[in-house]
Design a binder for this molecule. Structure first.
Ligand code: VG1
Ligand code: CO
Length: 664
């Protein structure tokens, strides 16, 4: 790390000789330090440039020192102990940045302490620097980290010296930083002119659990990264003894691909140590590696191909699962059967109240209270709120409407939020949302404030156990049957997402601007012409009633969200087109078939743009649609919607891309 020193000052706490000297180092703003959908993600070579990590870390620290944003006044809370946590997904550069962060937090820590007080600063550091995103959320909440936590991760992006690194800040409630916080951090990165760092700060041995004291005011506590999270899942959320006896009695076979990510350590703790499964039989890629062993740690049908093959080419396994680089995403696969993430969260919502103690025993929906004794429901509580009801659910806008139908059935509200987990935090803190999900393989509940891959897997095992018991302990109900029963009751949303990666950012933006102007009724032949299109109507405004490829356009908008808790408005969150299939007696057997096409640009790419097209076609259940619902493939069934999407967006013309890079 670069330390071209300018001024040296002795830390306030440094009354003794042994204390490290604090350097104030001059720096200049580095462009592009803006957090996206979930943190800042950049190529390793970019974050390795001099002062890159120093600038962003100091800006996060500065943002925490000015919680009201810009008065320059430090706000001291009355807590005597200031606490923060740090860990990461173990990717290349993780360990170096943790040591850097420790020395910078030491250099800055006294600014958080009230003058002439006995305040102290405790920094919890994950052993070996490894902590999954949901576990970090649990640690922040369980230990009451009033300064939140830092997670070094680029999540599902690839890792290694030529790939990505990332950093996220989580607030004291354990949720990803809200937009207000991330924009404050961004502004600070644009104005930074110095940072503080401890000179020659001793490198801490992160392999050993224990405390390291620096004077009277700064403690680095290396903690077991599984402790808070596993105890939460075990003692509060799930019934581990019941799951264990089900797994062994029924000989249920699980195969979990940890994709060489941080989740390997949690998978071993939970599935092997706690639930007694045999490691070699149930876990794949369960040792965290700096480059994820070259795997793209994104749990989908393409990147978890080996797992998918095992589930599709033999009858050995009942449940296949995979999670991403930082352990917050999940994919669920049954025997020769893929569960879309949108269906998965809907099905968990359908059964959670009956078989997951967090919900059935009334621990969910209590907003932001969190302490062991508050969480232990009293008998009185169980009578009033332990009726297995979820307090509400939520999904990101592009996620399918399957969850909405379950919510309606349960008589609870379903919130529709912009993409990104940070939008669920307020709902959960206010007791408005028990369970939520995103189409991008994200599922979670209010036991933490992040999505949680292992939660989803344990939820599915809980559902399977419940079905097995209902079946008189005789037969495992296959995942396929559980999903088909759901479709039988609620109908089916055929759902597919097309990703066009490596798109020139300017071209992608032009395409979105073009659609936006056509939505607002502006004729836009110029833009269409610039994209190389000649037919005059390609620049005309969209009109309800227009027909494309057997669909009628009913409505369209640019999604915006008004946070019902704090009133924050988030605009430009994705372009939505609502369509209805025009009936022809031959191909539509009864019921209105509606569809939705959504366009948005990814906010997690470290380089070029990624255009995402989300397609949903909802077919209500009836005798006539039975075969269609049970037997058709989503990609086939949404093919014509994809053709409509290409017409609406002129994607090929704008981006030059003929084919998507990933279809999920
Ligand atoms: C993607 C997903 C989004 C998810 C985000 C972070 O964002 O679409 O649903 O919340 O990744 O997931 P975008 O902006 O690229 O579409 V994770 O597991 O990578 O933190
Ligand atoms: Co992730």
């Amino acid at each position: 790390m670069e330390t071209s020193s300018s001024t040296s000052i002795i830390s306030k706490a440094d009354q003794t000789q042994a204390m490290p000297i604090i350097d104030k180092i001059a720096t200049k703003p580095i462009a592009g330090q803006k957090m996206g959908t979930s943190g800042l993600r950049k190529r390793v070579r970019e974050v390795k440039q001099p002062n890159y990590m120093e600038n962003i870390l100091q800006s996060i620290i500065n943002a925490l020192l000015q919680p009201t944003g810009g008065t320059g006044e430090v706000e001291w809370s009355s807590n005597r102990v200031k606490m923060m946590a740090i860990g990461g997904d173990g990717r290349y550069w993780n360990r170096q940045v943790i040591q850097l962060a420790i020395s910078m937090l030491f250099a800055n820590h006294d600014k958080f302490l009230r003058p002439r007080s006995d305040d102290r600063f405790t920094l919890f550091v994950a052993r070996d620097g490894l902590m999954s995103t949901p576990a970090m959320s649990a640690t922040i909440r369980t230990r009451g980290c009033n300064l939140g936590g830092i997670i070094l991760t680029a999540s599902h992006n690839m890792g290694g010296p030529d790939k990505d690194f990332g950093i996220k800040y989580n607030e004291p409630n354990g949720a990803p930083a809200q937009e207000m916080t991330t924009s404050r951090i961004h502004v600070l990165t644009q104005n930074i002119d110095h940072y503080f760092i401890a000179r020659d700060f001793p490198k801490i041995d992160l392999s050993q659990i224990g405390d390291h004291h620096y004077g009277d005011t700064f403690v680095v506590r290396v903690i077991d990264p599984t402790e808070d999270y596993v105890s939460l899942l075990k003692n509060q959320v799930f019934d581990f003894p019941a799951l264990k006896s089900f797994l062994h009695e029924s000989k249920f076979k699980l195969l979990f691909d940890c994709m060489n990510s941080v989740n390997g350590i949690y998978a071993n703790r939970i599935f092997v140590d706690e639930l007694g499964l045999e490691r070699s039989k149930c876990l794949m890629n369960d040792v965290p590696l700096e480059d994820f062993g070259g795997i793209h740690p994104d749990p989908n049908l393409i990147h978890a191909a080996k797992l998918v093959k095992a589930l599709y080419e033999s009858d050995e396994y009942d449940l296949g699962a995979a999670s991403d680089g930082d352990g917050d995403r999940n994919m669920i696969v049954g025997n020769r059967f893929f569960v879309t993430p949108s269906d998965s969260v809907a099905i968990i919502a359908e059964h959670a109240g009956a078989c997951i103690p967090w919900f059935s025993q009334g621990r969910s929906g209590r907003g932001d209270i969190f302490s062991e004794d508050q969480r232990e429901s009293s008998e009185e509580d169980k009578k009033t709120i332990g009726d297995g009801k979820l307090c509400g659910v939520a999904r990101s806008m592009p996620t399918s409407t399957a969850l909405d139908r379950v919510a309606e059935h349960l008589g609870i509200k379903c919130f529709e939020t912009p993409t990104g987990w940070k939008f669920f935090g307020n709902l959960m803190d206010s007791g408005l949302c028990s369970l939520c999900g995103e189409e991008s393989f994200g599922t979670g509940s209010d036991h933490v404030r992040e999505k949680d891959g292992i939660f989803a897997i344990l939820a599915w095992i809980s559902i399977c156990a419940h079905m097995y018991r209902l079946n008189g302990n005789k037969k495992i109900v296959p995942v396929r049957d559980i999903v088909q029963r759901h479709w039988n009751k609620f109908g089916r949303s055929f759902y597919v997402r097309y990703d066009y990666e490596g798109v020139d950012a300017e071209a992608a933006n032009r395409m979105i601007v073009h659609m936006r102007s056509r939505m607002s009724g502006v004729e836009d032949p110029m833009i269409a012409a610039a994209a190389g299109t000649t037919t005059s109507d390609k620049g005309l405004p969209y009109r309800p009633g227009q027909q494309f490829e057997g669909f009628r356009l009913d409505n369209f908008d640019d999604f915006e969200y008004l946070d019902p808790v704090d009133g924050t408005r988030s605009i430009n969150q994705g372009l939505r087109f609502f369509v209805t299939q025009i009936k022809s007696a031959a191909d539509v057997p009864g019921g209105d078939i509606s569809g939705r096409i959504v366009f948005r640009l990814s906010g997690t790419s470290s380089t070029d743009s990624i255009v995402r097209i989300y397609l949903e076609k909802y077919v209500p259940y009836s005798d006539k649609t039975h075969d269609l619902i049970m037997n058709r493939e989503a990609k086939e069934e949404t093919r014509s919607l994809h053709a409509v999407a290409l017409k609406l967006s002129l994607l090929k013309e704008f981006t030059g891309k003929d084919e998507p890079t990933v279809i999920t």
